[in-house]
Write a protein that binds this ligand. Sequence first.
Ligand code: SF4
Ligand code: SF4
Length: 182
Amino acid sequence: MNVHDKYKPLTFWERTYLPRIWDGLALTMRRFFFNLWHFTLASMGVKREWKGAVTVQYPEVRRLFWPRLRTLHRLTKREDGTPRCVACMMCETVCPAKCIYIVAGERPEKQIEKFPVKFDIDLGKCVFCGYCVEACPEDAIRMDTGVLEISAYSRNAMLLNRDTLLSFEPKKEYYVARPDLA
Ligand code: SF4
Ligand code: SF4
């Protein structure tokens, strides 16, 4: 096919865009009356098994997240409840948004040198790239809380500190399947 054939001049009707507008309206109206009919029957107790609109009644109903979805961060804990983080600064270094702030302190144990005295994430700057999770050698930071509703009235409220990050739990029930979150 000659490449110019793809760009042959529009007809008069095509130039008015009316046929395409009509197609769009017809599709919308067909779906509208289809859903109206189904919901009316369902509300009267008839044909409850018929599927109506695909609208999800969020937030009462949530769609399951795909396992790879990155949601709000959390810091994982050791068995004694202390942070798994060893304050190696890998996540802070790799973070492209420069939104992680860590201050390291010394642990009394010989086998674990450091822990984060301060570990803040500024969600106002975070781009949810997940690099911090990828870079962590200790599996100390994860993005599996299932929390996506992240909003605040001030910039300061977007700053999550260490204890808040440690308090979050993974939300297994929000995901399609995460056997690793057991
Ligand atoms: S998800 Fe990306 S931008 Fe956000 S804290 Fe982690 S590395 Fe930084
Ligand atoms: S969360 Fe992981 S990468 Fe970040 S400082 Fe702690 S141990 Fe290092």
